[in-house]
Design a protein around this ligand. Structure first.
Ligand code: MG
Length: 251
């Protein structure tokens, strides 16, 4: 009887873990026809397949335009020291031009997927602070405050986003060195760490949950790693393979 109860509860807890894990498309859903990383198409594709969220990267140009792209330097142009008109002229591999944050959020208004806004660490600290404040103000002015979750590698931006975003806005830290207790003290919603970090510190998952925080992990693309994360009860998996993860979660 005891054995039955233990396995019954293990099955139930596995099911709860399965039900809880959510899919976040890393840089949108870009590994599909007509898409490209951080393109508006990748956001729409992530929404179409029903992802919980679609992640994208945000930089500010030297003249104060917020734009969406992963790399600091594209086609030899360093975004944070370039002018907006030069950055906006860059073509993405799918033929779109590199989107401004405003264009990207505008497309997000027609979607239901959550918008996972990564604020990139800028070399120019003042520009980074301006990017935080302008980004939050733009999200609010477009009526998207309750659809956006923020993530960042920058420890200073983490504190600033928590300070300036509306109370209760989820803000996660990416860089991997802060403990759940440290993040809780700062008022973060939780950690969004590399898979290697969570494999090294699996105890941080339970510690985060015990503190009422959530755990996100990146970038998990292999089936065996996805299964490990699901079994650990990780709340969000950020992946380049959202359809593979959805299939595993449905099993
Ligand atoms: Mg990112």
């Amino acid at each position: 009887m005891r054995k039955f109860c233990v396995s019954f509860f293990m099955t139930i807890s596995a099911m709860v873990a399965l039900a809880q894990t959510q899919v976040i498309a890393h840089r949108g859903y870009w590994k599909t026809d007509g898409s490209a990383e951080n393109s508006i198409r990748s956001l729409v594709k992530a929404d179409t397949i029903g992802c919980y969220g679609s992640e994208f990267d945000v930089w500010m140009t030297a003249d104060g335009e917020l734009v969406v792209n992963h790399d600091a330097v594209v086609d030899g142009i360093c975004i944070e020291t370039a002018q907006s008109k030069d950055v906006r002229a860059i073509n993405l591999p799918n033929g779109e031009t590199l989107p401004t944050l405003k264009q990207y959020l505008q497309a997000g208004k027609d979607c239901t997927t959550r918008l996972i806004f990564e604020l990139k660490p800028h070399k120019n600290r003042l520009l980074e602070v301006k990017a935080v404040i302008d980004g939050i103000m733009m999200v609010e002015s477009m009526g998207l405050a309750d659809r956006v979750e923020y993530i960042t590698f920058s420890a200073s931006a983490l504190e600033e986003i928590i300070k300036y975003a509306p109370k209760g806005t989820p803000v996660y830290y990416l860089n991997g060195e802060k403990t759940p207790q440290e993040l809780h003290k700062l008022g973060a919603a939780g950690m969004d760490y590399n898979l290697r970090v969570l494999k090294k510190h699996p105890e941080w998952i339970k510690e985060s949950h015990d503190l009422g925080m959530k755990v996100n992990v990146w970038t998990v693309n292999k089936e065996e790693d996805m299964k490990w994360c699901i079994e650990q009860g990780i709340d969000f998996i950020t992946t380049n393979e959202p359809e593979l993860l959805q299939k595993l979660l449905k099993k």
